[in-house]
Design a protein around this ligand. Structure first.
Ligand SMILES: NC(=O)C1=CN([C@@H]2O[C@H](COP(=O)(O)OP(=O)(O)OC[C@H]3O[C@@H](n4cnc5c(N)ncnc54)[C@H](O)[C@@H]3O)[C@@H](O)[C@H]2O)C=CC1
Ligand SMILES: CC(=O)[C@H](N)C(=O)O
Length: 369
């Protein structure tokens, strides 16, 4: 079925005129009412719904959104998963299910979408990633901090289950770098990391105080062959494959011995959906580390040489992203995720990752010819 953008795009707003907030502007006895879809703590502070049936995904046109939507649609039904983004989708994406154009800063439109479509779960992916955030600090604050505040507030007021990915970027230079535990020092020095820590703490606060069903996973760098990464410090581990296939050469923006925690996109998606749909009783905490593989650019390039071409050449030209990478974990301890809700990534070696990435990109290039 083709879901028409124009039908779902919020064009036919009920005209909501703002009432001047000076008491002089109101006649005595005037009642100030918020629009019908704006609610305030409709639900008791402890009630949590047991299932989710209709889900809104924000920031859904980035590296992870379409894959998460497609996997969730296979479980909940195509029409029950609403993809949204500030960007417009391509026609292929529109064919797959409902799409709404939403800016995460526009709280009123998000709340209206939630209300009108009987949304009971949110996967909030809108973000400005680490490297982009250091280049555009105001944008990072706006999207990562104000955006998270908006969506958490809506989830609290409408009793929605909410999943927001955190990141290994929530850790900082003073955090232990190997097998970083769930609970440890968190003093990140990027705007991205600071926003993630704030989001985690606000989610946990609403969980304790208002019973919000808040869930978060601290992802490592996510590696995908068919969707490009959105401006992070771990992007090299995707770019290197495209460069190898296209020109047998890559200039890496990190030093050759920079180890970072990583995960293949299929594992990220399947484990995220498992976690999002898990019964709340299975979860002993709101935020969990998840991890799969750790490698350096040199190790990755040696494996590419082995599996793709011995002629593949890599050179190193570290830039501002090196400073960010130096503050992040080489690996994270995810034992709690494994024992509580059975987190189980399938792709856990550099050689299997390289073989998977090469086959996905080659297949995609063939298809596009
Ligand atoms: N991809 C990765 O390696 C990792 C991702 N994460 C987290 O997972 C989540 C999703 O990540 P990706 O899909 O990789 O990010 P991405 O950068 O590829 O996509 C983010 C999306 O947010 C949208 N967006 C930006 N400003 C917006 C606004 N004002 N309103 C609505 N949408 C807006 C963008 O258009 C984009 O489609 C983010 O929270 C990210 O921090 C965490 C760790 C690793
Ligand atoms: C690990 C992340 O959060 C992301 N990939 C980034 O590099 O910013």
């Amino acid at each position: 079925m083709l879901y028409e953008l124009s039908k779902l795009r919020i064009l036919k707003f009920p005209i909501h005129r703002s009432i001047p907030f000076s008491s002089n502007a109101l006649s005595p006895g005037t009642e100030i009412r918020p629009p019908f879809y704006v609610s305030k703590n409709l639900f008791s502070t402890t009630r949590q719904q047991q299932t989710v049936n209709r889900v809104l995904i924000t920031g859904g046109l980035g590296q992870l959104g379409r894959g998460i939507a497609s996997s969730l649609r296979s479980k909940l039904g195509d029409s029950n998963v609403f993809l949204s983004d500030i960007k417009d989708p391509d026609s292929e994406t529109l064919k797959q299910g409902p799409f709404v154009r939403l800016d995460i800063i526009d709280k009123e439109s998000i709340e209206k979408t939630v209300f009108e479509n009987k949304i009971d779960g949110v996967i909030h992916l809108s973000a400005i990633l680490s490297a982009l955030g250091e280049k555009h600090p105001q944008k990072a604050i706006e999207v990562n901090i104000r955006g998270a505040e908006n969506i958490l507030d809506i989830a609290k007021n409408h009793n929605l289950r909410i999943f927001i990915p955190s990141s290994m970027g929530a850790f900082g230079p003073s955090t232990v770098k190997d097998s970083t535990p769930d609970l440890t020092i968190m003093r990140p020095n990027t705007l991205y990391g600071i926003a993630k820590v704030y989001m985690e703490l606000m989610g946990e606060y609403y969980n304790q105080k208002n019973g919000l069903d808040f869930r978060s996973l601290r992802y490592p760098g996510i590696i995908s062959g068919d969707t490009p990464p959105g401006g992070g410090t771990t992007d090299y581990a995707v770019d290197i494959f495209h460069a190898a296939i296209e020109k047998n050469q890559y200039t890496c923006f990190l030093k050759k011995d920079t180890y970072l925690a990583m995960m293949y996109v299929d594992d990220c998606i399947s484990e995220t959906i498992k976690f999002f749909l898990a019964p709340r009783e299975q979860l002993s905490q709101c935020v969990y580390n998840v991890d799969a593989i750790s490698f350096s650019p040199e190790e990755l390039s040696n494996e590419i040489k082995k599996q793709w071409s011995p002629e593949f050449e890599i050179s190193y030209k570290p830039d501002y992203r090196q400073k960010i990478a130096d503050t992040w974990p080489r690996s994270m301890c995810d034992s709690k995720a494994r024992s509580d809700w059975n987190f189980y990534p399938k792709l856990t070696s550099t050689s299997s990752l390289v073989s998977k990435m090469l086959s996905v990109i080659k297949r995609r290039n063939e298809y596009e010819k």
